[in-house]
Design a protein around this ligand. Structure first.
Ligand code: TXE
Length: 486
C-alpha cells in the first residue's frame, strides 16, 4: 500500500494533477504549537475555481454513470489508504491544528476513514420508492446525482469534516470542488494523494486551497456548482446563503453552537463529571458540539463545582506530541485572542473565574505556541453575553437551576440549537426534556456518541439541513418521479 508524501508546499489538486495558483499567490502556514512557519499554501482565486469546475464537468458523465460498485471499490481503496497511512495523517493533523496527537489518533483520522467507508457501502443499500395506482399506473422515484457540487469545511476537525462532506457527494455520483479551511489545509492535501492512488478518475475530486473571500466565495458564486455543503461560523453561513439563495442552489449549513449540558440531581454524578470534562474541553473546546453552558440542579451545584473544578485544574496543557497532554494549542493567534477576550468579558460582566482563564507560556520550542488553561466561569446569568455567544474555546460556564422548566427555558434561550446533553437517571424526564430542547441532537447520559446513519445538524442559528446517512445522500441527489400508465 502506497506511502503518502508529507508535502508542506501545498498545491491545488485539479483534474488529477497538482497546480500552483494561477495568480501565483501563496500564504505561509503556521504550526499552532510553536507559532512557527511550517509551509505555505495557495491563495487561489476564481480562475482556479473555474479550471476545477471545467474538469469536474468533463468528469461528471462517466463518474455519475459508472455504477455503485465501481464507486464503492474506489472509495474503499481511499479508506484503506487512510488506514495504511494513519500515523502520518495523525501527525500532520496535530501539527496543523494544534490538537493532541492522541485525539487525532482516537477521533479525527479513524472517523475520516469511517466517513468514506460508510458512504461507499451506503449506496449499495440505498433504495427508492415506487407507488402503484389503481387505474393501472405506477410511479417510481429516481434519485440522480446533481452534477458539480461544492464542499467547504472548517479548521477544527479538518480531515474529519472534509471527508464527511466529500464522501456522500462522491458516493452519490457527483463531482466535487472541495475547499478546506485555509488555516488547516495539510490533511486535505494528503487526501488528494489518496484519491489519486485509489484511482479516483481525474476531475472527480478537485481540491482548491485559499481563504474564504478569495477562494471560497468564487465556489459559492459559480453558476455550474449546483449545491453547497458548508460547515463553519454562523456569520459566514449567512453570507453564503445570501449569495447562493438567489441562484437556487441547494444548501446544507452546519454552523455554530452554544450547547447546554443539563445535569440533574438524580444523575450518576461520577459519570457526568467524567464525560463533562470531555464535552467541555476536547479539541481545546473547538468542537461545535462542545457543551459550553453547564446547568446544574441547585442541590448538587456545590458538590459538582468542587469536584469538576478540581479535575479541570489538574488537566495537562502541553505539547500536542506528548501523550500526557489533555489539551494542545488553539488553532491560531487571532482565535486565542478571541477566546481570551471572552474571559475578560466574563470578568467585566461580573463573573468569577474558578480556574484557568490565562494564556500558558512555555519555554523552548513551544514558546510561541497558542496555549491556554481550561477555564470555568460561574456567577453569570444565562442571559450574559458569555452565556449566549459562541466562544469556541476551552471555556465553560456553570449555571444553577431549580426546576426542570427553568433548565429547559435557559437551555433554549440562545439563538443556537445544535446539540444538548442531559444527565438524569429518570427515563421519563430524559424523554420529556429531550422533547422540549431546541436542538438537532440530544445526548442523554453520554456525549459525542455518533452513529453515522443518524441525522446530524442543528436548528435556529446552528444551520439548515442535515448531514449523515440517507439525509446526506438525499442532499446530494435530485429526486425525479416517473409515472408510467400501462
Ligand atoms: O469559520 P469560517 P472559522 C465557528 C466558531 C469559529 C467561527 C469561525 O465560532 O470561531 O465559526 O471559524 C470558508 N464563501 N465554527 O474561521 O470563517 C473558510 O475559508 C465561502 C463552528 O473556521 O466560517 C473555511 O474554509 N467560503 C464550526 C470555512 O468557510 C468561505 C467549526 C469556515 O470558515 C467564506 C468551525 C465565503 N464568503 C468554526 N468565508 C462548526 N459548526 O463545526 C469563509 N469561508
Amino acid at each position: 500500500m502506497k506511502r503518502l508524501r508529507l508535502e508542506t508546499h501545498i498545491r491545488n489538486f485539479i483534474n488529477g494533477h497538482y497546480h500552483e495558483p494561477i495568480n501565483g499567490m501563496r500564504v505561509d502556514l503556521i504550526e499552532p504549537a510553536t507559532g512557527k512557519v511550517y509551509g505555505s499554501r495557495p491563495e487561489s482565486s476564481a480562475a482556479d475555481v473555474n479550471l476545477a469546475v471545467r474538469a469536474a464537468e468533463e468528469a461528471f458523465p462517466a463518474w455519475s454513470s459508472c455504477g455503485i460498485n465501481t464507486r464503492y471499490a474506489i472509495m474503499n481503496r481511499m479508506a484503506d489508504l487512510i488506514t495504511a497511512n494513519s500515523e502520518l495523517l495523525v501527525e500532520a493533523e496535530s501539527m496543523d491544528n494544534g490538537k493532541p496527537r492522541s485525539l487525532a489518533r482516537l477521533v479525527d483520522i479513524p472517523r475520516a476513514e469511517d466517513n468514506i467507508r460508510f458512504f461507499a457501502t451506503a449506496i449499495r443499500h440505498d433504495a427508492s420508492e415506487a407507488y402503484n395506482m389503481e387505474m393501472g399506473a405506477i410511479n417510481y422515484t429516481l434519485r440522480q446525482p446533481i452534477g458539480v457540487v461544492g464542499c467547504i469545511s472548517p479548521w477544527n476537525l479538518p480531515l474529519y469534516l472534509f471527508t464527511w462532506k466529500i464522501a456522500p457527494a462522491l458516493a452519490s455520483g457527483n463531482c466535487v470542488i472541495a475547499k478546506p479551511s485555509e488555516i488547516t489545509p495539510l490533511t486535505a492535501s494528503l487526501l488528494a494523494q489518496i484519491a489519486a492512488e485509489a484511482g479516483l478518475p481525474h476531475g472527480v475530486l478537485n481540491i482548491i486551497h485559499g481563504s474564504g473571500p478569495a477562494a471560497g466565495q468564487p465556489i459559492i458564486e459559480h453558476p455550474k456548482i449546483k449545491a453547497i455543503s458548508f460547515t463553519g461560523g454562523t456569520a459566514t453561513g449567512k453570507r453564503i446563503a445570501a449569495t447562493a439563495a438567489p441562484m437556487f442552489k441547494k444548501l446544507s449549513l452546519e454552523l455554530g453552537g452554544k450547547n447546554p449540558n443539563l445535569i440533574f440531581a438524580d444523575s450518576d454524578l461520577e459519570k457526568a463529571i467524567k464525560t463533562t470534562l470531555k464535552s467541555s474541553f476536547a479539541n481545546q473546546g473547538q468542537i461545535c458540539l462542545c457543551g459550553s453552558r453547564i446547568f446544574i440542579e441547585r442541590s448538587i451545584y456545590d458538590e459538582f463545582k468542587e469536584r469538576f473544578v478540581k479535575k479541570v485544574a489538574a488537566m495537562t496543557v502541553g505539547d500536542p506530541k506528548d501523550e500526557a497532554s489533555n489539551l494542545g494549542a488553539l488553532v491560531s493567534e487571532p482565535h486565542l485572542e478571541k477566546v481570551l477576550s471572552y474571559v475578560q468579558l466574563a470578568k467585566d460582566e461580573g463573573g468569577t473565574i474558578l480556574t484557568g482563564g490565562e494564556r500558558v507560556q512555555f519555554k523552548g520550542d513551544l514558546a510561541g505556541g497558542y496555549f491556554m488553561r481550561p477555564t470555568v466561569i460561574e456567577g453569570l446569568p444565562h442571559t450574559a453575553r458569555v452565556n449566549c455567544e459562541e466562544i469556541f474555546g476551552p471555556v465553560v460556564s456553570l449555571i444553577p437551576f431549580d426546576t426542570e422548566e427553568d433548565a429547559i427555558m435557559m437551555a433554549n434561550a440562545t439563538e443556537y440549537g445544535l446539540s444538548s446533553t442531559v444527565w438524569t437517571s429518570d427515563v421519563s424526564r430524559a424523554h420529556r426534556v429531550a422533547d422540549q430542547l431546541h436542538a438537532g441532537i440530544v445526548w442523554v447520559n453520554c456525549w459525542l456518541l455518533r452513529d453515522l446513519r443518524t441525522p446530524f445538524g442543528g436548528v435556529k442559528s446552528s444551520g439548515v439541513g442535515r448531514e449523515g446517512g440517507y439525509e446526506a445522500l438525499r442532499f446530494f441527489t435530485e429526486p425525479k418521479n416517473v409515472c408510467i400508465k400501462y
